[in-house]
Design a protein around this ligand. Structure first.
Ligand code: HEM
Length: 393
């Protein structure tokens, strides 16, 4: 059978792994003709390309929508910047996410999770994705300096913005409307917070007070804020739900984490590798690059298939096996290079604390398989509903 791959090929979304394996073996630099784009699937290729700041640029966007479908110039936000600008803008908020800073908020994170869990434990059922989503939203709201209701409202716009329709590539008409509504709503918030400043050390204060390049425009603050709500709440719930799912599928490993909760950090890390939520992201090629005997030309796009790389046998022994004791020599679940995940330490803390609290408070649970729902898309994948039942407390 001829090897065919496209990020928009819906027939691949439910089980992309066999095609990823073939791409790694037969066409490690795979050319997608109708998108004039290359796709990398091997761990080391993506690792090296992520480090190569000169050959690949983020300034044309990093999602398939931005790279292939958007006619508009990319917003001026650090996710879509190259050096030296990227460092200046990321640096406005970057310090808050450093490992030592994140370690200081563990008690706060645990408090949020316990508060959310308490009523759910009394019910005898909860949805792991929903718990992950709500936890991530409460925390990112505090980092940004928003009220919870405001961040929930923005998340509602994002959910509509991301809704995909079979046969429609990228953002739908309803999605574009949701984006416009988010824009108006967030500009209103910026106006409000300019008059009534939120807590010091919040991102809003940093963006409002920024002195670089004469200060940030309202639109720049809008895109920064929107991007932080998206990245801060999209993926942690997927990784948390999949961690519970794969532990349940491997009762021996579930027993191990019950016996020794210090293994939970490794379990979350393994879930983020085994079922990588940020399926893929990409760049524009800034100068000709030769790889695996092919010349990738300036102006074409390139996709990094993170999910494929995270299961590359060339990097990981028994890559298709879920193993919470695995030691990763290099980690791509959170990207690498200039655009490595800003929130990786927060994500690990949130995930670990949620799993610790869930496992610690529920001696036995059963996943309601009929209620589980998985979403696939051209760049995000994972369980978006995972109800579990247990003895009420
Ligand atoms: C399990 C959870 C997460 C996963 C798997 C994940 C994955 C990733 C990956 C693969 C990238 C690289 C993007 C690229 O190469 O263009 C990235 C970047 C990023 N992530 Fe995460 N992420 C997670 C959680 C978070 C959280 C909680 C936050 C927010 C606090 C966050 C904020 C960001 C930001 C802002 C970037 C862009 C960094 C830049 O362009 O300099 N992520 N993430």
């Amino acid at each position: 059978m001829p090897l065919r791959y496209s990020p928009y090929d819906e027939s691949l979304w439910s089980n992309p792994w066999p095609v990823y394996k073939r791409m790694q073996a037969e066409a490690p630099a795979y050319y997608i003709e109708d998108l004039d784009c290359w796709a990398l699937t091997r761990f080391d290729d993506i690792w090296q390309a992520s480090m190569d700041r000169k050959s690949f640029t983020a300034s044309y966007g990093t999602s398939p929508d931005a790279l292939f479908l958007s006619r508009a110039p990319q917003p001026h936000v650090f996710l879509f910047m190259d050096p030296p600008e990227h460092g200046k803008y990321r640096g406005l908020i970057g310090r808050s996410y450093m490992k030592d800073k994140i370690a200081l908020i563990e008690d706060h994170v645990r408090g949020v999770v316990r508060k959310l869990l308490k009523p759910m434990l009394e019910q005898g059922e909860l949805d792991v994705y929903a718990l992950g989503s709500r936890t991530a939203l409460e925390l990112i709201a505090a980092f940004i300096g928003l009220e919870l209701e405001e961040v929930l409202q923005i998340r509602g716009f994002i959910n509509r913005f991301y809704q995909r329709e079979s046969g429609v590539r990228g953002t739908t008409e309803a999605g574009a409307e949701a984006f416009a509504e988010a824009h108006t709503y967030i500009l209103g918030l910026i106006d409000k917070y300019r008059k009534q400043r939120p807590a010091e050390h919040s991102h809003i204060v940093s963006w409002l007070d920024a002195e670089i390049d004469g200060g940030l425009s309202d639109d720049e603050i809008f895109f920064s804020l929107f991007a932080m709500v998206i990245t801060g709440s999209d993926t942690v719930p997927f990784a948390t739900a999949s961690c519970i799912y794969y532990l349940d599928q491997h009762p021996d490993q579930l027993a191990m984490v019950r016996e020794d909760p210090s293994l939970i950090a490794g379990a979350f890390e393994e879930a983020a590798r085994f079922d990588q939520p940020t399926n893929l992201l990409g760049r524009r090629i800034a100068k000709d690059v030769e790889l695996h005997g092919q010349v990738m030309r300036e102006g074409q796009s390139i996709l990094f298939l993170y999910a494929a790389a995270c299961r590359d046998e060339r990097e990981f022994d028994a890559a298709d096996t879920f193993d919470i004791t695995r030691k990763q020599r290099r980690n791509l679940s959170f990207g690498t290079g200039l655009h490595f995940c800003l929130g990786q330490h927060l994500a690990r803390l949130e995930g670990r604390v949620m799993i610790e609290e869930l496992i610690g408070s529920i001696p036995e649970f059963e996943i309601d398989q009929s209620g589980c729902r998985r979403i696939f898309g051209e760049f995000l994948q994972g369980y978006i509903a995972m109800p579990i039942r247990f003895q009420p407390r």
